[in-house]
Design a protein around this ligand. Sequence first.
Ligand SMILES: Cc1ncc(COP(=O)(O)O)c(C=O)c1O
Length: 407
Amino acid sequence: MSSTTTHVCLTASVENEATTMHTPTLRPVSKLPDVGTNIFTVIGQLTYQHQAINLSQGAPNFPCDPKLVELTAEAMRAGHNQYAPMAGVLSLREALAHKVETLYGHTYHSGDEVTITASASEGLYASISALVHAGDEVIYFEPSFDSYAPIVRLQGAKPVPLKLTQPDFRIDWDELRDTINPKTRMIIINTPHNPSSQILDAADLDRLAELTRDTDIIVLSDEVYEHIVFDGNKHHGVASHPELAQRSIMVSSFGKSFHVTGWRIGYCLAPAALTEEIRKVHQFMMFSADTPMQHALATYMQDPSTYLGLSDLYQQKRDLLVSLLQDSPFELLPCAGSFFLLAKFGHFSSLSDSDFVQRMIRDYRVSAIPLSAFYTDGTDNRIVRFSFSKDEATLRAAAEALCSMKG
Ligand SMILES: Cc1ncc(COP(=O)(O)O)c(C=O)c1O
């Protein structure tokens, strides 16, 4: 029988002939043979090794509001330490439904349309695995967050990456129209976008609604940076588009909004029929998300300034980094949302973006992520991604080193 049909391959390890013991080594047939340690881990290790300033990771290096920590401790002291309800703590689901209705206009019923997940990552996984079947196609846009394609592949489905246009990282709607076919089960969008930091506008959503009208395509909308939109622009997500909201799942994350990426709490908002399927996966994957944090977040969110102030906070950081890098050799690309800034270097270095980042870490002690890491085909436009979710001292120190860079 072949290893493919048995799904494991047992090989005998006989390195030492003197020992007659044959130790069988279990070699599973990988479902993701080409996936190795991800780029964030590799760059993280290099950053640590060279004691570089970390502008690679999308995690804040400043603390969350102490009040949030205190509310969590209070919830723990009050005994909220056992399993939360599978769908999430009701007060948090109600707070979310209220927030989304107020900000975006769509009413999600807290009972059967709001689910608290153990991070946005889990929300993405639960949504895709609940709704995408083997043989289906899922369209998404590159450069992209790294989890979409592997999750699709794990369902036996086909990820179909379309490239965002250069230089402005927009969706090519005509290409999308030409790519949609009867096998298309899902389209994944992400706004504000990681890594390009571009945002969709109302006309984009209209176009998406038009292209999916009269189909059974589900839209999975990754909106983890929903509260980080700059220059007075509004966030346009699926909950602000009545037609799209009927066929969409909005996934978001408390980690990004409240500077607690380690807490692993996110949420999925979707019409009841979609939510029912998503919860079937969620209940067997995590059953529920952490209890005390959910209670704390529900109370904390009662004050809308906790999330409405985020755009200002990050816009100041963006503006600071952009102004500090004016004297650097980089060409900075426009940044409309999220906490990432793209920078071109091809005019002063002929290195590949990966080699360039390694050199930056080694010689200038600043880390970033090469943009090619966000493409399945490794497209290299000689661009790096900096994260500005950092305190002022870190941004200043990093910019000083980057300004001294030579080709
Ligand atoms: C676009 C995007 N989606 C999802 C996630 C995952 O969010 P979480 O940390 O809540 O799993 C991230 C995290 O970096 C992200 O950038």
